[in-house]
Design a protein around this ligand. Structure first.
Ligand SMILES: [Cu+2]
Length: 139
């Protein structure tokens, strides 16, 4: 009698366990960890902005990329289960723009259009000017 009852409980437990395992599996597959972060990326003109955003959004796992020229910063929305910020920043550096701790290779940087040479144009100060106005260039 007791054994019979016990056995039926065990089968039930097994079913519950299987159900739980299936649930975990599904949760694991649907589990995306999307974060939003901002990184320092150098650039100088609208072309830079376009290229930076294109390469960022073209990276696997990146859902959104918005580059702010004035702030020299890139806002990324990405899935940390698929990619990492370093992976994306590395790709940006590879096309000529210093990104985070990655420096663009010299030859790639030098191949950029003159207007994109942010390293020479230090007028875009990281701080001090909030609006890009108010540079006092003595010609
Ligand atoms: Cu440019």
């Amino acid at each position: 009698m007791y054994f019979c009852k016990r056995k039926s409980i065990d089968t039930n437990d097994m079913k519950k366990l299987l159900f739980l395992a299936a649930m975990l599996l599904m949760a694991g597959m649907a589990n995306a960890k999307v974060v939003e972060k901002t990184f320092t990326v150098r650039g100088h003109c609208g072309m830079c902005k376009n290229r930076i955003e294109t390469v960022a959004t073209g990276s696997e796992g990146v859902q959104e990329a918005a580059y702010d020229l004035q702030a020299q910063s890139l806002r990324l929305v990405y899935d940390t289960k698929v990619t990492s910020a370093n992976k994306v920043l590395k790709r940006i550096a590879a096309i000529g723009y210093d990104a985070g701790r990655f420096k663009a290779p010299k030859e790639v940087y030098e191949a950029l259009e003159p207007c994109c040479h942010y390293r020479e144009i230090e007028g875009v100060n990281d701080h001090d000017h909030g609006h890009g106005e108010g540079h006092h260039h003595a010609e």
